[in-house]
Design a protein around this ligand. Structure first.
Ligand SMILES: C[S@@+](CC[C@H](N)C(=O)[O-])C[C@H]1O[C@@H](n2cnc3c(N)ncnc32)[C@H](O)[C@@H]1O
Length: 253
């Protein structure tokens, strides 16, 4: 195949991948109603999401971890726990377990939870050591203080009842909560979007930074570290630059 054909093929795959991940954004006037845009439980989304992350994991193993993988590992390291128990809410097919195996030196035990039965099935078929369970990140069946470090895994942005999700995360953690890859903006108020994620309708929340930080504080969590995660600029839609942050928080009560 010629270089030109190769370049066209590469561009085609890039555009296709990008389109399949996030597409057709619209701004909502108010917080969406319960039960709206629940595309995450589609089994097609599970296999698309799983497939989308395979090349990123390959890059990780080739020594080029994506920025969010680095942010997560950095936040976990900064908690300085020995042999921690870790729970991830919104774990998808469990790739952050693989990320931590590659980038975190401390032995740890990992449990992943996701609302999608199809993702949990893929996770169980992919990784044999961790535990995986189906559940809702805003109301799990797990007891208080179930883990040393709770990861809210790029999921707060998809939870209309995010206040409840923050309280649930805090309840499950003995000390540390990581709110991973949270999209934020500085000027607009917290903004609700509808979009297609991997071809299915979902909601997405872009948090006003001050509002989010106040909410974390009022929920009894102290922000210990704020790390840049993946680039995510919705300026074309919102009229201001947006980015993502990974927050390491500790109980302050
Ligand atoms: C963007 S993916 C993030 C995957 C991974 N944790 C990461 O950090 O890259 C969001 C995941 O959250 C899950 N999810 C969405 N709503 C949820 C809910 N209410 N409870 C649990 N998981 C949920 C989706 O099924 C999806 O796998």
């Amino acid at each position: 195949m010629s270089r030109v054909q190769n370049a066209i093929r590469g561009l085609y795959h890039f555009v296709r991948q990008t389109r399949m991940h996030s597409d057709a954004y619209s701004i909502l006037e108010e917080r969406p109603r319960a039960g709206s845009a629940t595309g995450w439980t589609s089994s097609e989304v599970a296999s698309r999401q799983h497939r989308a992350f395979r090349p990123l994991l390959q890059d990780l193993h080739n020594g080029c971890p994506r920025k969010d993988f680095l942010a997560l590992a950095y936040a976990i390291n900064a908690a300085k726990e020995r042999n921690p128990t870790i729970i991830e809410l919104g774990c998808g097919s469990g790739w952050n377990y693989e990320v931590l195996c590659a980038l975190y030196a401390e032995p740890f035990s990992y449990t992943g939870l996701d609302c999608s039965p199809a993702m949990i099935e893929i996770a169980r078929n992919t990784y044999s050591d961790p535990k995986f369970m189906i559940g809702d990140a805003t109301a799990t069946d797990l007891p208080d203080r179930s883990c040393d470090i709770l990861i809210s895994g790029t999921v707060l942005m998809h939870l209309r009842n995010y206040e409840k999700a923050i309280a649930e995360s805090k309840r499950l953690a003995r000390r540390w909560c990581i709110f991973h890859t949270v999209p934020i903006l500085e000027h607009r108020k917290t903004t609700y979007l509808r979009k297609l994620a991997y071809g299915q309708e979902t909601i997405e929340i872009i948090f006003n930074k001050q509002e989010l930080e106040r909410l974390l504080n009022e929920s009894g969590l102290k922000i210990v570290l704020e790390l840049p995660s993946i680039d995510y600029d919705l300026n074309f839609l919102l009229g201001e630059r947006t980015s993502t942050k990974t927050y390491l928080c500790a109980h302050n009560t």
